[in-house]
Design a protein around this ligand. Structure first.
Ligand code: KMH
Ligand code: ZN
Length: 288
C-alpha cells in the first residue's frame, strides 16, 4: 500500500449521506424472496420508491424472463434507459454479475453505457462459491471504465483488496471523474467480518481523499450501518444484501430499507444526499 494511514490527514466528515440501493443482486431466488424486483417494471417501481425515500444511486443486477441472473446486453441497455426515464438516480451497473458469469460478459456490461459500475478489487470466497476478480481482469475493467467514461465504485470485500485498489490507482491513475469512491461489503462468508472494528480498520487503509459507503450482509446490516454513520461514511442498503428487517420479520420492500437508512442519517445530522449532489461528489456527469 502506498499510503501510511498514520500520516494521512483525517477525512472530513461528509455533511450529507449518500444512500445507494442494491435492490436485486444475483443470488436470491424470487420464489424465496417475493419482494425482490426481477422484471423491468418491478425494478423501475422500486427505483422510484427508493428515490422518494432518499436513495441517490441504484446498483443494478437484472434477471431474465425466468428471474435468473442475466448480463444480456440489450436488456441492460433497456434497463439503463428505463431507470433514467423514470428517475434521476445515478445508474450503476454491476460488473460482478453472478459467480458463474464469464469475464468477457462482465466487461461487456460497460457497453450499456451506465453512469457508473462496480469494480471488485480481488477474488474472495463467497459462501460456498468463489467470486473471481484476478488482477488482469481488474486492470482490463478499470482501463475500460477510463476509456468509456464510466465512474467505477470500488467494491471491497476484504482488507487485502484495499492493497489491490492502491496498486490499481498507482498503475493506471485516477478513475474517470477524478474521484475515488469505495463500497465496503462486510459480512460475506469468506470476506471481512461485519463489525465496527473492521469498518474502522478498512477505512484507515483507504486512499487519501476517498469517500466510502458500507454495507453489512445479513445480520451485520445494522452494526455496519451504525459504524459507517459514526465514522462519517455513506450507506448501501437493499435486498441484494439484507432480506430480514428484524428478527423473524422479512423485508417488505427495498424502500423500507432506504427509509430506515435515511432516518438514521437524519438522526446522525447527515441527511440523505440528492442524486445531484452525489453526482458532484463522485464526478458523475450530468446527463442533461
Ligand atoms: N453477485 C456477486 C457475485 C457486484 O455487483 O459487483 C458479485 C456482486 C458484486 O454482487
Ligand atoms: Zn452487486
Amino acid at each position: 500500500m502506498t499510503a501510511d494511514p498514520s500520516t494521512r490527514p483525517a477525512a472530513k466528515p461528509a455533511a450529507a449521506t449518500l444512500i445507494t440501493v442494491a435492490p436485486t443482486g444475483a443470488e436470491l431466488e424470487k420464489s424465496a424472496v417475493p419482494a425482490l424486483p426481477v422484471t423491468l417494471a418491478e425494478l423501475v417501481a422500486a427505483a422510484k420508491e427508493c428515490r422518494a425515500a432518499g436513495a441517490a444511486i441504484i446498483h443494478v443486477h437484472i434477471r431474465d424472463s425466468e428471474a435468473r441472473p442475466s448480463l444480456d446486453l440489450g436488456a441492460l441497455t433497456d434497463t439503463v434507459h428505463a431507470l433514467r426515464a423514470a428517475t434521476d438516480l445515478i445508474v450503476q451497473l454491476s460488473t460482478g454479475g453472478a459467480v458463474t458469469d464469464s469475464f468477457d460478459r462482465r466487461l461487456a456490461v460497460l457497453d450499456a453505457a451506465p453512469d457508473g459500475c462496480s469494480l471488485t478489487c480481488g477474488t474472495v470466497n463467497f459462501g460456498d462459491d468463489v467470486f473471481l476478480n484476478p488482477w488482469p481482469f481488474m486492470c482490463d475493467l478499470y482501463v475500460a471504465t477510463q476509456e468509456r467514461g464510466v465512474v467505477p465504485e470500488f467494491e471491497l470485500f476484504d482488507i487485502g483488496q484495499i492493497a489491490a485498489l492502491h496498486r490499481l490507482l498507482d498503475t493506471f491513475g485516477p478513475p474517470h471523474g477524478g474521484h475515488v469512491h469505495c463500497d465496503l461489503v462486510l459480512g460475506v462468508p469468506g470476506g471481512m467480518p461485519g463489525d465496527a472494528a473492521t469498518v474502522a480498520q478498512a477505512v484507515a487503509a483507504l486512499p487519501a481523499g476517498a469517500t466510502w459507503s458500507a454495507t453489512g450482509v445479513g445480520r451485520t446490516s445494522l452494526p455496519v450501518m451504525f459504524a459507517a454513520l459514526a465514522a462519517g461514511g455513506h450507506l448501501r442498503v437493499g435486498l441484494e444484501d439484507t432480506i430480514t428487517f428484524a428478527r423473524g420479520r422479512p423485508v417488505v420492500s427495498n424502500a423500507e430499507l432506504v427509509e430506515r437508512a435515511a432516518t438514521l442519517a437524519d438522526l446522525a445530522q447527515r441527511p440523505a444526499m440528492t442524486p445531484e449532489r452525489a453526482r458532484a461528489m463522485l464526478g458523475v456527469q450530468n446527463r442533461n
